[in-house]
Design a protein around this ligand. Structure first.
Ligand code: F0G
Length: 358
């Protein structure tokens, strides 16, 4: 084979990340340095088992396919690009893990200092590893996410030198809304139902914004029902009050006072959808089902969307999209806790075939 035939096909479109790909919908100009890791264009996977269970057409938007393994990259590319445009040297965020991993990666790419506040003991191992290896300054606070976010808000108020990159930064929402654009662009239609986990409520806000922007631009002519799911032990929106001590195995959504609470209820009400809760055992059942039956390994919080679908009444024949927000390898401890790890076997053909019963 000649060297030339090994070159990439120059006619094949190279994906430039969500800011460039959706530039018309982004608050950027020619002066914005776009900091990207090629995020977005994540798989939209048809789910035959779920489709047959629900007599519907069910698709999984697998956000674990992003560069740091979660949907946060869509918003972080824009937040860090705008911070760079404004000359910021330092970014700060509170996080249950994924925001910190993403902020750390994009800040490193931009040559910025990244400070992350995470709840000690309640962050999945993969996420902690990511924040550290990308070089963030990691502060494990003796408190929960809500307390960490309060401290970060104070940084935002008191210091003009640091940029807050939590989803209270509107650029995060504008980046994340591209998930809705991709779903519509890939499916060719707007889904009837959009199932999504809810923690700090930025993502449901972002998707609703994205669907509405396509609608207002005349690209689409309908809107989905927004179906948000919180973990039962961390369900302030469902309960209608702040939860002081949120608790769930899905540490990513262990949040008692979501920053985008009002936007989330607006998305629910305007779309005619629901925000409800799923128990940890329902989350884990959906988590195992997704891996074993659909071959999609997501993290526990992500499975809240599918746990919600499994217990919802939906119109037969509907088109459904469930957002799977993060990669399963983020949280190896939960994965291992859900299976029995096999014991060692002698390294011989006889021992293995005896064990297998063949
Ligand atoms: N799924 C995963 C995997 C998450 O990491 C998060 C939030 C959510 C769902 C909920 O999204 O907050 O926009 O409603 N993680 C944040 C973090 C809080 O710090 O990584 P949300």
């Amino acid at each position: 084979m000649s060297q030339d035939s090994n070159r990439p096909d120059s006619t094949r479109m190279i994906w430039r990340g969500v800011v460039e790909e959706y530039r018309n919908f982004m608050p950027v100009s020619e002066h914005t340095p776009v900091i990207t890791l090629g995020e977005g264009r994540t798989p939209l996977i048809f789910a035959p088992e779920l489709s047959s269970l629900k007599s519907a057409h069910v698709y999984l938007k697998y956000e674990g396919g992003n560069p740091t393994g979660s949907f946060k990259d869509r918003g972080m590319t824009l937040a860090i690009s705008k911070a760079a445009e404004e000359g910021s040297q330092t970014v700060v965020c509170a996080s249950t893990g994924n925001t910190s991993a993403s902020a750390a990666a994009y800040a490193a790419k931009a040559g910025m200092t990244c400070v992350v506040l995470i709840p000690e003991g309640y962050i999945a191992l993969g996420k902690l590893a990511q924040a550290l290896i990308y070089g963030a300054k990691v502060m494990q606070i003796k408190g929960n996410f809500d307390q960490a976010l309060q401290i970060v808000r104070e940084f935002g108020e008191h210091s003009s030198k640091v940029t807050v990159v939590n989803s209270i930064n509107p650029h995060r929402i504008d980046g994340q809304k591209t998930g809705a654009f991709e779903i519509v662009d890939t499916l060719g239609i707007v889904p009837d139902y959009h199932f999504i986990p809810v923690g700090n409520a930025g993502n449901i806000t972002a998707y609703w914004k994205g669907y509405n922007e396509y609608y207002k631009a005349g690209i689409t002519s309908s809107l989905p029902k927004m179906m948000g799911f919180q973990a039962a032990g961390a369900a302030p929106i469902v309960l209608g009050h702040v939860v002081d001590h949120p608790d769930t195995i899905a540490t990513a959504i262990r949040i008692g006072n979501p920053a985008s609470w009002d936007f989330a209820t607006r998305a629910r009400d305007e779309s005619g959808g629901v925000i409800s809760s799923v128990t940890d055992s329902e989350i884990l059942e959906a988590y195992r089902f997704l891996a074993a039956k659909e071959s999609v390994f997501c993290e526990p919080a992500s499975a809240a969307s599918v746990a919600g679908l499994l217990k919802s009444d939906i119109k037969p024949g509907s088109v459904v999209v469930c957002i799977l927000t993060g990669h399963g390898l983020k949280d190896p401890d939960v994965a291992i806790s859900q299976i029995s790890v096999p014991e060692g076997v002698d390294a011989t053909y006889d021992a293995i075939s005896k064990e297998l019963g063949v």
